[in-house]
Write a protein that binds this ligand. Structure first.
Ligand SMILES: [Zn+2]
Ligand SMILES: [Zn+2]
Length: 88
């Protein structure tokens, strides 16, 4: 178990213990929300899936290991920071 001070992305409740070391706080869920997201029907959609891989940011050349989508074209990928900047 990993101890820490995170916040649930579903209900906002504090999370103090996780079975894994999270990379970021985004998308973290408490046990209740996690089991809810697992147990509920997936018909509604809106579910966040993460795709892991070994890509490179075309903006800053930083390694990208996780994306919220499956990239079709890997030559023009942006890391979260560069993506935010391009949108700003
Ligand atoms: Zn929660
Ligand atoms: Zn970048």
């Amino acid at each position: 178990m990993h101890q820490g001070n995170w916040k649930c992305g579903g209900c906002g409740e504090a999370i103090t213990e996780l079975p894994f070391e999270p990379r970021g706080e985004a998308g973290l869920m408490c046990k209740a929300c996690f089991s809810k997201s697992r147990g509920g029907s997936s018909a509604g959609g809106g579910e966040k899936t993460k795709h892991e891989g070994d890509w490179k940011c075309s903006g800053c050349s930083k390694a990208i290991t996780e994306l919220p989508f499956q990239p079709r074209d890997t030559s023009n990928l942006l890391c979260l920071d560069c993506f935010k900047q391009s949108r700003a």
